[in-house]
Design a protein. Sequence first.
Length: 246
Amino acid sequence: PTRRSSDLIIKLLDSKDDYVIDKQGEKCLSSYILMEYAPNGNFSDFIKFHSNIINDTVIRTYFHQLIDALSYMHSQGAYHLDLKPENLLMGENYQLKLADFDGSYLKSEGGGLICLGTMFYRAPELIAKKVWNLAALDIYSAGIILFVLKTGRYPFREEAEPGHFSDLEAFHDSPNDFWKTQCKLLKKPADFFDEDFKDLFQAMTTIDPLYRVGIEGIKRFNWFKKETLTQDQLATVIKNIALLRN
């Protein structure tokens, strides 16, 4: 069957705020949230063990799923605001499941932002608390996730002093130096990052959110339009990778 974009969002099965539990003979009020089970872990562990052996086709397939999940969320007036590998789970058949919406923003509910994201994944304007484009926050974080999937490491440091992003600024001032340095750090050949990957990553991490690429723009980049796997093919590849590790 055709995958629906909503299938890439972890499902809320049940929740209750005032649930009575028995704690050592004493009645207490508690709350719970019952979520869809994702049996195959999260992307943080996946990257930790497999980033050095997964290829661009696998990365691109999962990146497509992430972008589809964001596209669906944004179309519903919802913004995640804390994207990171720990919040990307692997469901049945190793399909991506976007999870953990504690800090998310819903236009229908209004109010202020309650989430400041996670270090190394959050956009500079979120740190500076000068946010006006919520979708751009998720795009930036997705760009960092893309880089981490490819390399297993963060592309930029985050300075303790608010408003200073020397690594990010240096990248956009001199991208060629950045890519050369990354290849040296990773001990990879100069062509490890192809030009199409570089173009997409740069567009997703533009400092000014006014010029940061949007979801439909991402889909027009050459790297995005290259080969992907079907879900069954992807599951077979991931299972084989797991066997190699074991």
